[in-house]
Write a protein that binds this ligand. Sequence first.
Ligand code: GLC
Length: 480
Amino acid sequence: MNLIRNAALLAVIALPSFAHAQLEGDKIATADKHPIPAIQDTETAAQRDARLAWWREARFGMFIHWGLYSIPAGVWDGKPVPGIAEWIMNRASIPVADYKALAPQFNPTGFSAHDIVALAKATGMKYIVITAKHHDGFAMFDSKADPFNIVAATPFHRDPLKELAEECRKQGIKLGFYYSQDQDWTAPGGAALKTGDHQPPTYHWDKAQDGDFATYLHTKAIPQLKELLTNYGEFPAVIWYDTPTKDMTPALAAEIVALTNQHPNLIWNNRLGGGYKGDTQTPEQYIPANGYPGEDWESCMTINDTWGYNSADTNFKSTETLLRNLIDIASKGGNYLLNIGPDSHGVVPAPEVERLRAIGKWIDVNGEAIYGTGPTLFGAEAGAFSATEKDKNGKPKFIPAWEWRSTTTADKVYVEIFHWPAGSFHLDKMPRKVTGAYLLADPARKQLAWKQAGGSVDVTLPTKSLDPIATVLVLTTAKP
Ligand code: GLC
C-alpha cells in the first residue's frame, strides 16, 4: 500500500493551498521540542501502519454536527443569522445565560442511534465522528465534569454517545468524538475566535465568558476528554480536535497528549495545537489538488453549506457531486468525512438521507474500487493549475477535470469513468502490464477487448455506461 502510495504521488507533486485561517498557533514543533512525546513521535512506521490500517482502509466516514444550535437552526430573535449554524451564539453575540436557556427546550425524542448508524452503514461509511462538545460548550454526553450537558440540563436525560457506541458495536462501525478543546463560549476562560466586532484579546462578547484559559482546560476540557476516553468502551477510535488557538501552549497541549498516550490505538487529527501535528491532515470544505503526498488526510465537507442544522439552508449538493468527491478524494489517497446535521428532534434532514442512500447504492456495487485502495498511478486526470487564474491565496488556481479518476490495488487499476467516451477508453503512461479488463457493475464481468503498446492502453467499451455518475472499468494487472 505505502509503496503504491509513494510511487503514485511522486508522479504529480504540487503544494496544496492551505487556507484554513482558524489554525492559529499550529506551529508544528519537532518531536524533541514536545514537552511530552506523542505517539507520533515514538512509534515505528510499522506500528503506525498497524494503528491507522482500519482508517486507511475505511476511506469514508460520517461527520455529525448536532447540539443545542439545532434549536435556533440559524435564526435568533426572528432574524436569520448568516454563516454556519453551529456558530450562531458567536455570530449573534448571544449572552451566555440566553444561550444556556436553550437546554431545557432540548428534547430530541426523534433521535435513534440505531437508525443513524444503520444509515451510515447503508451509505458505505465505516466510521462516525460526532460532536461531543462543540464551540458553544454544551456536552452531548453524560458529563460529571460539567452540568451543562444533555443528561443533566435537558428533559431528554439520555446520553446519545452511549447509545451510538452500543449501536456502532452492534453494526460494526467505528465511533469517534469531535471535541472543541480550545473554543468554549459558555465556560469562563474558554477561547473564542473572532467574528463581527468582537474585540481582542479574548473576542468575548459577554463578561460571563471571561476567565483563565488554563483553569477552563483543567476544570472542564481535560476532565471531559478523560470521560470521553474512558466511558465508552473501546471507543473513541478517533478524537477530532478543532480550531486550535494561541492559548493552547505546548505545555498545556502536552497534558492532553499525556492523556491520549494512554490510548495507543487512538487516532487524532492535526488540530490540537501546541505544536503537535497529530495523525491526519484535515482540509475543510475543499479537496486538495493532489492530496497530501505521503500523509494521511481527510477532507471534511458538508452536504449543504452548514455543519449544524439550519432550517433555511436547502443548498444541498447533488448525489453526483458528493459521490464524485468521494472518488476524487480516494484517487488522491484521502478519506472523505461527510457531514449530516440532525434537527432539534434528532431527525436527519430528508435531503441528506436521500443522497446518502443513493451513494450507498453505488458503493454496494463498486465499493472495492474505494475501500483499501491506493491513489492513482497517473494524476493528470485530476486537472491542472491554470497558467493565468489565481486562487484566493494568489497561487495558480487548480482547475479540476471531471472525465475520470483512478484508484489502485496491487493487482488492479480501477478507472472510475464519469463521462462515457464513445467506443473506447484510452490510457497513457500505464506503468503495469494489463492482463484483463471488465466493468465492475457487470455481474457477468464479461471480458472487454483491450490493446496495450508500452504505456498506452485502449479498451473497447460498450456503447452505454452502466452508471451515469461513475462506471468503474477494472484493469487487472500483473503485480509490479
Ligand atoms: C470549522 C468550524 C466548525 C466545524 C469544523 C468542521 O472549524 O468552525 O464549526 O465544526 O470546521 O470541520
